[in-house]
Design a binder for this molecule. Structure first.
Ligand SMILES: Cc1cc2nc3c(=O)[nH]c(=O)nc-3n(C[C@H](O)[C@H](O)[C@H](O)COP(=O)(O)OP(=O)(O)OC[C@H]3O[C@@H](n4cnc5c(N)ncnc54)[C@H](O)[C@@H]3O)c2cc1C
Length: 342
């Protein structure tokens, strides 16, 4: 296994930020990963921070990383028939998410079609309980295998133990920096699929496609089309998708914000009220706005872009701080970053 030094991470993050890793290595199996971690403990400077990488589509490198970056390239998909209606499908961490979803659709397994074209890898999908168009992975997640970084033992976490929330899980909280997800198992339908088309944009797209009785493959095609027309392709313009979470606030706070801004869009979220962060940012005049090398996307203010391709992570971070401050000033609402800041 090769350990590179002073290695550029530019190609390993979808923002296209050029930060250096003091050390960088790629692993293709659990054994290699354990070997690397043991080697690092014995031969590299002590207390070296670790950073695990999937597709690099949900992180912002604000500086060079003075530690060991480990690219997780574990591959493989396996299946186990549960009964006539359901199958368990397990994918290793380094499988590309969208290719995995396409694999399940070729087999006519239902459940993940609404999550088509989300960038990144399968191993990262539980981190923030990825979601889109009315579906989150928690709806089909059964369990994942995780390497405990202290003991180097493999533990299994079931759905409840992962404590999934909106763009959240135990892996972003208590287990942050303590565990690596090695593989993920989903329960999918093999027939009588329950399709979710209630999201307005999907219905509209299906209509345009002339589809009345949508199959899971039709839904995937519709989602892919919507996403391609709405979101900037990171291969062309650096970004990490939604930079902020949609804030949830108490009904009391919402009432006072609504009194000043009666047009504010909102929807219920348990006992709280969720507000689209993109709308708040747009109202503060940030849509399409550029400062230096950084901007928000012209069509979606929630997406921060590396406009010139030359932005540093620090610049992008500072730009995001300005957005947080203006939303706080205008609406009294605190935005939280969805992207992992490194
Ligand atoms: C254009 C675009 C659109 C997007 N749309 C959506 C969307 O609709 N819904 C959504 O939920 N997200 C969306 N995202 C965000 C992103 O795709 C997801 O969060 C994805 O799961 C990140 O996967 P990744 O492998 O690229 O993660 P990375 O960026 O490589 O890693 C993210 C974090 O997880 C850690 N990590 C990576 N792999 C592991 C592992 N195996 N074990 C433990 N920790 C790990 C990393 O250290 C880092 O802190 C979008 C991003 C882009 C660029």
């Amino acid at each position: 296994m090769n350990i590179h030094q002073q290695y550029s991470l530019k190609k390993h993050n979808t923002f296209g930020v050029d930060a250096l890793a003091a050390y960088f290595a790629e692993v293709t199996s659990i054994e290699e990963l354990k070997e690397l971690l043991t080697y690092a403990k014995e031969h590299l400077p002590s207390h070296l921070p670790l950073l695990f990488l999937g597709g690099g589509s949900n992180l912002l490198l604000t500086q060079d990383f003075e530690g060991l970056v480990i690219q997780l390239s574990l591959k493989g998909i396996s299946e186990e028939k549960l009964n006539d209606d359901e199958v368990l499908v397990t994918a290793k961490a380094g499988e590309n998410w969208h290719e995995f979803v396409q694999y399940t659709l070729r087999k006519n397994y239902g459940g993940l079609e609404n999550l088509s074209l989300i960038p990144g890898n399968v191993g990262t999908s539980p981190m923030q309980n990825i979601g889109a168009y009315g579906v989150e992975i928690k709806d089909h997640f059964v369990s994942c295998k995780v390497l405990n970084l202290q003991t180097l033992t493999v533990d299994e976490y079931n759905n409840a133990q992962c404590r999934f929330g909106y763009r959240d899980s135990i892996f972003k909280q208590e287990l942050k920096g303590k565990a690596v997800i090695l593989e993920v198992t989903f329960k999918l339908s093999t027939r009588n699929h329950i399709v979710k088309t209630e999201y307005g944009a999907i219905q509209h797209e299906l209509q345009k496609m002339g589809v009345t009785n949508a199959s899971i493959q039709d839904i995937s095609a519709a989602v892919v089309h919507i996403r391609e027309s709405k979101l900037p392709d990171p291969k062309l313009i650096g970004n990490a998708g939604s930079f902020f979470k949609n804030p949830t606030i108490s009904t009391e706070q919402f009432a006072s914000v609504q009194a000043l801004h009666p047009e504010i869009p909102h929807y219920p979220s348990g006992d709280l009220v969720k507000i689209p962060a993109g709308w708040l940012i747009e109202q503060c005049g940030w849509k399409g706005k550029q400062i230096g090398n950084v901007a928000t996307h012209e069509m979606q203010a929630l997406v921060i872009i590396n406009k010139t391709g030359q932005a540093t992570g620090k610049e992008i971070f500072e730009f995001s701080t300005k957005i947080i401050e203006s939303v706080k000033d205008q609406f009294g609402i605190e935005l939280e970053r969805e992207v992992n800041i490194i």
